[in-house]
Design a protein around this ligand. Structure first.
Ligand code: PEP
Length: 257
């Protein structure tokens, strides 16, 4: 399957970091890193806390940086105190949304079922989805990584049409590698991204499998990005910690060109 068919996507996940004023500063610092450099080899996304969206969208205007959110609720409106709908995000200028991040699954009761509902809501509102899947350390040790990511992927995409799939990116994020400094080896990342591609092939056919962007996420940084991104099935990265440092994020973006 030809890697050149796919657009690499380098996305930052800021998690619960940066106030609105700091968001403006960080987007400006990333813009300064990108100034005069080639950026058209990958799509650049910053997924920011809800309260940072307005500042981030404003600061990113006229730059290659696209703004994403870190979650979305599945209902359009109603009595869901503290939640944010897909239409609200869209109207604020958000283009991407992370769904099913392991921290949401671990700390906020996210299930494959609620991930599926959020995916539908986001796609129906015209957002692009970064769907996170990944195994726990115990699951890797038990040798069930491929089964776990296949189950998560299949349930998340239940009812999603082939046309809608064009707006879905999958991020393979082994839970044991997120925020731990432990990176999957490039071969491990490639193997699981390849397995996810096979799942997409089984669900939507070979053309869809060849075209879908599958990122790796889990302690990707300025040092290990080129090796990971060079792998056949790794089409980009979802980056937490290193996306908060403009120079490091800039190096990762350069590695994806
Ligand atoms: C993430 O939050 O999706 C992530 C991969 O974090 P980190 O890069 O810090 O491991």
């Amino acid at each position: 399957m030809n890697k050149q068919l796919r657009k690499a996507v380098i996305a930052g996940n800021w998690k619960m970091n940066k106030t609105p004023a700091e968001a403006t500063e960080l987007i400006n610092a990333i813009k300064a890193e990108l100034d005069g450099k080639k950026t058209d080899g990958c799509e650049i996304v910053a997924c920011v806390p809800y309260v940072d969206i307005a500042n981030a969208v404003e600061a990113a205007k006229g730059s290659p940086i696209h703004i994403g959110a870190e979650n979305v609720h599945w209902e359009k409106s109603g009595a869901y105190t503290g939640e944010i709908s897909a239409d609200m995000l869209k109207e604020c200028g958000v283009e991407y949304v992370i769904i099913g991040h392991s921290e949401r699954r671990q700390y906020f009761g996210e299930t494959d079922g609620t991930v599926n509902k959020r995916v539908h809501a986001a796609l129906e509102a015209g957002l692009k989805v970064i769907l996170c899947v990944g195994e726990l350390l115990t699951e890797r040790e038990q040798g069930v990584t491929a089964e776990i990511v296949a189950k998560q992927t299949k349930i998340a995409l239940l009812g999603v049409t082939a046309e809608q799939l064009k707006n879905v990116i999958i991020a393979y994020e082994p839970v044991w590698a997120i925020g731990t400094g432990k990176t999957a080896t490039a071969d491990q990342a490639n193997e699981v991204c390849g397995a996810i591609r096979m799942v997409i092939g089984g669900l939507y056919g070979l053309k869809a499998a060849a075209g879908i962007t599958i990122q790796y996420g889990g302690s990707m940084n300025a040092k290990n990005a080129s090796e990971l991104l060079a792998k056949e099935h790794v089409d980009g990265g979802l980056i937490g910690g290193a996306s908060l440092k403009a120079p490091d994020f800039g190096v990762i973006i350069a590695a994806a060109q």
